[in-house]
Design a protein around this ligand. Structure first.
Ligand code: FES
Length: 125
């Protein structure tokens, strides 16, 4: 299995790793009790993602795709963030081996959940 240079680079130096103490939105994808999972924390300012962090337990492809996803999402409007797909993430990394494509689903879905969490919270303000 061959990873692109971009995948290897993101795996070795993942961007935006960590958590946000008081996030405006939080998204969890996967299962923390038994498998790979990803947690995304976002801050929202003027309808844009002003900060984003992630914590993950997963394979190298999942780490690289989560890192790339945070770069794609940062600065985007909420609508733009909701429109990001796992294919956008794969494209930004110049591709993933077929057998690893599913790993990128974690990122897009966790981001969408974080944005939806933010939007839900606004209803109760
Ligand atoms: Fe499970 Fe990649 S996240 S194999």
């Amino acid at each position: 299995m061959m990873y692109t240079q971009k995948v290897i680079e993101h795996f070795k130096n993942p961007r935006n790793v960590g958590y946000i103490v008081d996030p405006d939105g939080f998204g969890l994808m996967g299962d923390p009790s038994c498998g790979d999972y990803l947690q995304i924390y976002i801050k929202v300012t003027n309808n844009r993602i002003s900060d984003i962090k992630f914590e993950i337990t997963g394979c190298p492809a999942a780490i690289a795709t989560s890192s790339a996803l945070t770069e794609l999402a940062k600065g985007k409007t909420l609508d733009e963030a909701l429109a990001i797909t796992d294919f956008d993430v794969i494209k930004s990394l110049d591709g993933l081996p077929d057998i690893k494509e599913h790993c990128s689903n974690l990122g897009a879905e966790a981001l969408h959940r974080a944005v939806e969490d933010y939007l839900d919270r606004q209803k109760f303000k």
